[in-house]
Design a protein around this ligand. Sequence first.
Ligand SMILES: [Mg+2]
Length: 435
Amino acid sequence: MDAAQAGCEVSDECFALIDGNCFYCSCERVFDPSIARRPLFVLSNNDGCVISRTDEAKALGIRMGEPLFKIRDLVRRYGIVVRSSNYALYGDMSRRMNEIYATFSPDVEVYSIDESFLDLSHVAEEERVTYAKNMRETVLKWTGIPTCVGIGPTKTLAKVANKAAKKQAAYGGVCDLTDRIERDLCLDGFDVDDIWGVGAASAAKLRGMGIDTAGKLRDADPKRVRGILTVVGEKIVHELTGVSCMPMELVPPQRQGMAVTRGFSSPITDVVTMREAVSHYAVRLAEKLRSHGLVAVHGSVFMHTSPHKAVGRRHVAAEMRLDRATDDTLRLCAAAADTAARLWKGGYAYVKAGVVLTELARKGEEQVDLLSCLDTSKTDRVSSVLDEINGRFGRGMLAPASAGIAREWSTKAEMRSPKYTTSWHELPVVGSPLR
Ligand SMILES: [Mg+2]
């Protein structure tokens, strides 16, 4: 199969990938200048592992994915700043950045919280680097977040260029691989493991075939690569040669499922508390469903003890009984709490639980049960009042009592910065001589 058969065309398009440099850490620094030059890292949920680190922290030997308890000594010795993750802040900063990108490109594909693909085909080839540098400066000036931009005729090459821009300061934050000679030079020195879409297992297989750089993968026989990495691998080969196989995805695909799962700050050993915890997750899920205009058709609840303990281990899950598709907070809460009670067995210390929705439908398009009461106008009204009050006064202001009030089990986030941009009570305060 050649490139045309694979649904690919020689590209005269231009893709850019822009992303925030150590994004979570940069968000933290925007609102706290005292940590602008200090080594810093951000932890995953429940203050578990390192998920973002600054260059200064990296230089001190802080690795991605490292659990906090293993590096407490380093933190103390070097005075490294540690922060819990603050997704309210990062999500809002991301939204602001994408608004700026939209003024530079007609088509923006939000790829992740800190990465977006932009269509730059409308910019003349010789002006693209200047254009991208201007965009970077605007983002920095308006949001305080430093970024890097990679430019190329395919998404895969834009990703490679972005990585190159990050690694080599000489690029000044923007690397353009449109030029064939420049591109080939870059690919020859680029590790195969670092290519977008090549996971660790695929990279090992490629290395086994003697393909250890992006340049060698570009020159490999696409059919042979397809044999071991499926059609995805074949597309990557074409993309590396400059043939675009992955168009911009401008309409986000409808979500297939959603979940709220959390580790507890301390283990749960009684059923009342467990019912509270899963009810609390169900409240959050119902909010999420409504904000996406979706209803839950099927879902389940799980709970488990620590997987690191040799004895007293238990991991259970069960389907929730939803008699019909719903986005109603109270209904979802009741179903989750009942399922938790059914699953419960005492004598264990549970460290994590979750509510997982495995099948969703657009509200109004779901299958309905002829025998059940179809009128949801009352519960819809309750839900919209709930959303309105929580929208105005902050999430969780109004919630069913069954979801608990003290919530001592709630996820650890002991070093979280304020929600500077999304909560009236946590706005940054500028010093004033009158205070
Ligand atoms: Mg990034």
